[in-house]
Design a protein around this ligand. Structure first.
Ligand SMILES: [Zn+2]
Length: 281
């Protein structure tokens, strides 16, 4: 599943490709992608004639901002966008096509069919589901150490699932949570509320630096992830813990371990990220 850096890469690419384009009509061939309004024909009808002003992001959701409307799109597992000329053949698994007045098309392709689109009037999307339930934006200047400690510091559950919970901090998924915890030297099974202030400060820094570095590299291309222009992100070459099971830790040489935390495959270095004796299994 794309995480914040990948969605941010898609956002930047799409923003450069579709801003200023006017929608002539919309074709929906898989109604279940459209979550709001209930009727996909109405979704298509409402979008007609609107011009894309900018593409923004909230957590892992794209916000396609138009004159009077906002379309909120989540790629989930395999969703991806591409801009094509209208005479180019439509690839398999293309479920929604935004036909523009200039003869180009924004096509949404989704092999797994888990992606979603919600359409709102301007000003309504941030106050409605699914965006209203989202927590802090980690690359926002308002995401301060104090804010982070206030939200995370008292939780009585393991730190990894806390960081994956989009109600607290948004955009961090299974890859970047392992990377950030490794950078901070914190075991993924530590209880959030047991972490010292110094550790929480380190973790906050690690989250911001990991995501910032990944955005700068265009995200990670693991499996088949490709951004909006078909370019591969490069951050997978900078991953220091994720996917490195049984390989030596770059910091200390100990073999990296893989376990399951909160139902998710989890990589950690047992030396750099120690678990306190009282918490050992
Ligand atoms: Zn190590």
């Amino acid at each position: 599943m794309p995480e914040l850096p990948e969605v941010e890469t898609v956002r930047r690419t799409l923003n450069s490709l579709v801003t200023g384009k006017q929608i002539e009509r919309v074709t929906v061939s898989l109604p279940r992608i459209i979550q709001r309004p209930d009727d996909p024909q109405q979704f298509a009808l409402e979008l007609q004639g609107h011009t894309i002003e900018t593409v923004e992001r909230r957590g892992k959701f794209l916000r396609i901002v138009m004159d009077g409307l906002v379309m909120v799109s989540h790629l989930r597992m395999e969703g991806r966008y591409g801009v094509y000329e209208q005479n180019e053949p439509v690839e398999k698994h293309t479920h929604v096509i935004f036909h523009f007045t200039d003869g180009t098309e924004l096509r949404y392709k989704d092999v797994r069919q888990f992606g979603t689109m919600h359409l709102f009037k301007t000003g309504e999307d941030l106050e409605s589901k699914p965006l209203m339930q989202l927590g802090q934006e980690p690359l926002d200047p308002e995401f301060t150490t104090e804010q982070f400690i206030r939200v995370i510091g008292k939780r009585k559950t393991m730190i990894k699932p806390v960081l994956l919970n989009q109600a607290y901090v948004v955009g961090i998924g299974n890859i970047y949570v392992d990377e950030a915890l490794f950078r901070a030297g914190i075991h993924p099974e530590r209880i959030a509320g047991d972490l010292s202030e110094e550790q929480l400060i380190r973790l906050h820094e690690a989250i911001v630096s990991t995501l910032t570095d990944a955005v700068a590299a265009g995200g990670s291309s693991i499996k088949s992830y490709v951004n909006g222009q078909g370019e591969m992100g490069m951050f997978q070459h900078s991953l220091r813990i994720y996917g490195r099971k049984a390989q030596p830790c770059y910091e200390c040489g100990t073999l990296i371990e893989k376990t399951v935390v909160g139902g998710r495959g989890t990589h950690f270095c047992p030396v750099c990220q120690p678990l306190p004796i009282r918490q050992k299994h």
